[in-house]
Design a protein around this ligand. Structure first.
Ligand SMILES: [Zn+2]
Length: 140
């Protein structure tokens, strides 16, 4: 039996994000009233309760902090160790949790520039993963 990772179940608040993810687009919400962006998705701006619009993020980010997971007894994560769980700061002003992949875990560091890359889990779910950005310089 192959155990897949638990997948998000898009709902009314998040379906725009997951639909765009299938097209390789990273979407966040922006409030024009207070010129502020937010993530995760919510119906209203968490600062001023104003309306929010969806905007496409650049897909760039920087590792704010991270943890190397070396033990996880729960399938399918037991087969993935070691892996990196990180908090990624986007230049648009939001922070996302995600995995940094495509590089040895020892190469991940605070300030590492990363690019989003969507990985297909099912026809309906593409998960945002983060890979080192070869074109950027680290900003510690
Ligand atoms: Zn606002």
């Amino acid at each position: 039996v192959t155990v897949t990772r638990p997948l998000p179940q898009p709902d009314q608040e998040t379906e725009v994000f997951w639909e765009a993810a299938k097209q390789g687009k990273l979407m966040i919400q922006h409030c024009e009233a207070c010129n502020r962006s937010q993530f995760y998705p919510r119906y209203f701006c968490t600062e001023c309760a104003g309306d929010v619009q969806w905007i496409e993020a650049s897909g760039r980010g920087t590792v704010y902090t991270y943890s190397i997971v070396r033990q996880n007894g729960t399938p399918p994560f037991d087969a993935l160790v070691p892996y990196v769980l990180a908090m990624i700061d986007l230049p648009e002003g939001v922070r996302m949790m995600g995995n940094v992949v495509g590089v040895p875990v020892e190469a991940v560091a605070v300030g590492l520039p990363v690019l989003v890359d969507f990985v297909r889990e099912t026809d309906d779910v593409w998960l945002p993963m983060w890979r080192p950005d070869p074109g950027a310089e680290a900003t510690p």
